[in-house]
Design a protein around this ligand. Structure first.
Ligand code: BTN
Length: 250
């Protein structure tokens, strides 16, 4: 297996043994050279993998996929959440391909039976009103086995078999490219529909934490700018930005 079966995503692949963070490496690369859109950076091990909200992303060396894809999408800043949607949807497709039913925990996590199987860290650079470069950083648990009490799972843990990391990666590139082209073709409605259809907790009453205050509400959807819309028990709808609330998973 030499190259992925894609037109551009992953056609340039930089495979590193050991690096601080593939997102940091990608950002440096973009600053120092002219990078082709679709270039991917894969690491067997990250020494300072980063997650959302300043958290670290720690995984067992050589067991999982930790990689970044550099894109130069022609989209306006107000549409940047589309990048998050297409990345989530590519992961949903990938997991379906391996017969796993996953859900998107807004904004950027993939869950299987309430356990996290993948996380996404997207970092954009902006020029006037447009996204100049987007770095999609993805951590997908593939062959690591987690203890039952831990809130994470992996492909191997679910399907009881070991996976070839590169084969999984190349399959992901195909799904990402499929959704990327839909985004380029302006098929926002289709992307939106698919994202909501796979959204964890849609139309269900769930418990959340806002700062340290617990409350109950029903998720009504995610709007164009990526805010989570929740109907509160008072009947009022409130919109939340990323990091303003946390889910209280059972
Ligand atoms: C999260 O769920 O908090 C997001 C996790 C993102 C982790 C990936 S691993 C590859 C890329 N490089 C990083 O440093 N982080 C992302």
């Amino acid at each position: 297996m030499k190259n992925p079966e894609t037109l551009f995503i992953g056609q340039h692949l930089i495979h590193l043994n050991n690096i601080h963070s593939t997102n940091n490496f990608a950002a440096k690369l973009v600053k120092q050279t002219k990078v082709v859109s679709g270039t991917a950076i894969l690491a067997d091990h990250q020494t300072a993998g980063r997650g959302q909200s300043g958290n670290s992303w720690l995984t067992e060396s050589g067991k999982n996929l930790t990689f970044s894809v550099i894109l130069q999408p022609k989209i306006e800043i107000e549409n940047q959440f589309l990048l998050s949607k297409i990345t989530c949807l590519a992961l949903i497709d990938l997991l379906h391909y391996f017969e796993i039913d996953a859900q998107i925990k807004w904004p950027n996590d993939l869950l299987v039976s309430q356990k996290k199987i993948a996380g996404i860290l997207i970092e954009n650079s902006i020029k006037s009103k447009y996204i100049e470069t987007s770095i999609l950083g993805i951590g997908l648990n593939v062959n690591q086995l987690f203890s039952a009490s831990f809130g994470a799972t992996s492909l191997q843990q679910i399907n009881n078999k070991e996976y070839d990391l590169k084969a999984v990666l190349f399959q992901f590139f195909q799904f990402l490219e499929k959704w990327y082209f839909k985004m380029e073709q302006g098929k926002e409605k289709e992307i939106d529909f698919a994202y909501q259809e796979n959204l964890y907790g849609l139309n269900r009453e769930l418990r959340f934490l806002e700062k340290d205050r617990p409350f109950k509400g029903t998720i009504e959807g995610v709007n164009k700018i990526g805010q989570l819309e929740i109907k509160l028990n008072s009947g009022k709808q409130k919109k939340y930005n990323n990091q303003e609330i946390r889910f209280m998973l059972d």
